[in-house]
Design a protein around this ligand. Structure first.
Ligand code: BES
Ligand code: MN
Ligand code: ZN
Length: 514
């Protein structure tokens, strides 16, 4: 029997993104073309990217230029706007607002994302060839346009008896230059966008299909084409290794926990980066069960692990000269007769003991084990990614992720990478006061504070205790940003966002430059 579509997608069998090409002219078959509108010299908005042949056809059909039609139809330069013009010769025409003339990579990524999202949402179409013509020649902008196009075209195909047809089959970036640099930018865009879409798919996959065992196998399948060694520790190996945090959290479910270790070690690596991701495939809260309304979205609680696995995929595919050792800590947090309890004392991977505060504070326990394990590899830097606290979401909202580190240099490194990638992070402090809150009278520490205030910082203070002396560490709290419950915007869809992947890849690429 053929694999049901959901399982095929889990295994990475289905295509993640449309094809992406680069050309100096409009391809013969173009079902839709994306042009731009930008304000140049504070004048009237002007059309960017028109193609002479298309304009000729337009004159013939409508007796006017595309630019004049765009103006007549009220197409503006405002970022994020998309205007559909009457098409010609079977080619649909869309005009996206680019803002003013000195466009930024993020502006382009979002504008193209909005345009492609509109095309991808067209009903009853299949296999469209789309061209993006915005006269971009800077490789950074070409890369941003490529990413925006593929991210905007993303669609999580519903789990149905018949697979959904893909609206957009291919995207061609029409650029004045198609030199080696531009081609490399397009290739990097493709690699990054595929990784982001892979992470989105995993976040969106329901927890009855994506659980530790299948998630771990999906990671292996996603990395099988890459020079990455994948090792999966099952419950027996976890017991042997002394992973007390992961085992406690995973103990309540019949779906047993896993720790996936991924190692990419290219010749000539300039640095050693360790990545750690939270992979709670469903967070019910455990015995300290969540109210139904708060449990509903908790399939997304594995998004940190998804980001880390996807980032390894992209870093290896791009051949970046940096050694990466990554850990995805996977468990399902459920209540049962074999669940761990609040007040249990757990012995963690590094031998430290933890008095469990609340079974719903499970993420920090699986992360602590994985961070301690990552420390044994003696990397230069550990970056962990987790949907860790509701408090971070309350503090920073749905579009800004939290950053905590053990040093200013590491903060700068991460903030630079995030900015280059176009992801928004804001640093939160780990204060002496929060460190004092996790003292325990029965163990080395407690997993939670004494009050509900500053919960994101308390979680940070806890994780910090598992980072070996002398290793740089950054903690990314993506609780608010990994899932977008609101309407889509720019290149960001409703549902799983794939946040973190682009920042991790940008960080690796900065480390690879030495
Ligand atoms: N996965 C949640 C964090 C979360 C909560 C993300 C709400 C998005 C929305 C995490 O495991 C959790 O439950 N955290 C608790 C910690 C508390 C018990 C100390 C929280 O934030 O309420
Ligand atoms: Mn929880
Ligand atoms: Zn959780």
């Amino acid at each position: 029997m053929a694999q049901p579509p959901a399982l095929a997608r889990l295994a990475g069998v289905t295509e993640l993104c449309p094809n992406l090409n680069l050309s100096t002219s409009l391809p013969k078959r173009t079902d839709a073309v994306l042009l731009g509108m930008a304000t140049i010299n504070q004048d009237e908005p002007a059309l960017v990217g028109t193609v002479p042949d298309l304009d000729k056809a337009y004159q013939k059909a409508f007796g006017t230029s595309i630019a004049a039609m765009a103006t007549a139809m009220g197409a503006g330069a405002k970022e994020g706007t998309v205007t559909s013009l009457p098409g010609v010769d079977g080619t649909r025409i869309l005009v996206v607002g680019l803002g003013d003339a000195d466009v930024t990579p993020d502006g382009v990524r979002n504008a193209v994302g909005s345009g492609l999202r509109k095309v991808a949402a067209l009903e009853d179409v299949e296999g469209l060839a789309v061209a993006v013509s915005l006269e971009l020649s800077d490789p950074e902008l070409i890369q941003a346009a490529g990413e925006g196009a593929l991210l905007g075209a993303y669609r999580f195909s519903a789990i149905k008896a018949e697979a959904d047809p893909r609206a957009v089959a291919a995207v061609t970036l029409v650029s004045p230059v198609a030199n080696a640099e531009a081609k490399a930018a397009v290739e990097l865009a493709r690699v990054i966008a595929e990784a982001v879409c892979q992470a989105r798919n995993w976040t969106n996959t329901p927890p009855n299909l994506l659980y530790p065992e299948t998630f771990a196998e999906a990671a292996r399948a996603a990395l099988k084409e890459q020079k990455v060694a994948v090792e999966i520790l099952d419950e027996k190996a976890l017991e042997k290794g002394g992973y007390g945090g992961i085992l406690a959290v995973g103990g309540g479910s019949s779906r047993k926990p896993r720790l996936v270790r991924m190692s990419y070690a290219p010749r000539g690596a300039k640095a050693h980066l360790a990545l750690v991701g939270k992979g709670i495939t469903f967070d019910s809260g455990g015995l300290d069960i969540k109210p139904a309304g708060q449990m509903a979205g908790m399939k997304f609680d594995m998004s940190g692990a998804a980001a880390v696995i996807a980032a390894v995929q992209a870093i290896a595919a791009a051949g970046l000269k940096v050694k990466v050792t990554a850990y995805a800590a996977m468990a399902e947090n459920l209540p049962s007769g074999t669940s761990y309890r609040s007040s249990d004392v757990l012995t963690m991977f590094d031998g430290q003991t933890v008095e469990n505060y609340n079974t719903d504070a499970e993420g920090r326990l699986v992360m602590a084990d994985a961070i301690a394990r990552a420390g044994q590899d003696q990397p230069d830097l550990i970056v962990d990614v987790a949907t860790l606290t509701g408090a971070c979401m309350v503090a920073l909202g749905l579009r800004t992720s939290g950053l905590m580190t053990n040093g200013e240099e590491t903060s700068d490194l991460l903030l630079d990478a995030a900015e280059a990638a176009g992801e928004d992070f804001w640093e939160l402090p780990i204060t002496e006061h929060t460190r004092n809150q996790i003292k325990s009278t029965v163990a080395d520490m407690r997993s939670g504070g004494t009050s509900r205030w500053g919960g994101a910082l308390v979680a940070g203070a806890f994780l910090e205790r598992f980072v070996p002396e002398g290793i740089g560490w950054a903690h990314l709290d993506i609780a608010g940003t990994a899932d977008n419950p609101e309407e889509a915007y720019g290149h960001t869809p409703k549902g799983g966002t794939g946040v973190g992947v682009r920042t991790l890849v940008a960080l690796a690429s900065q480390l690879a430059e030495g």
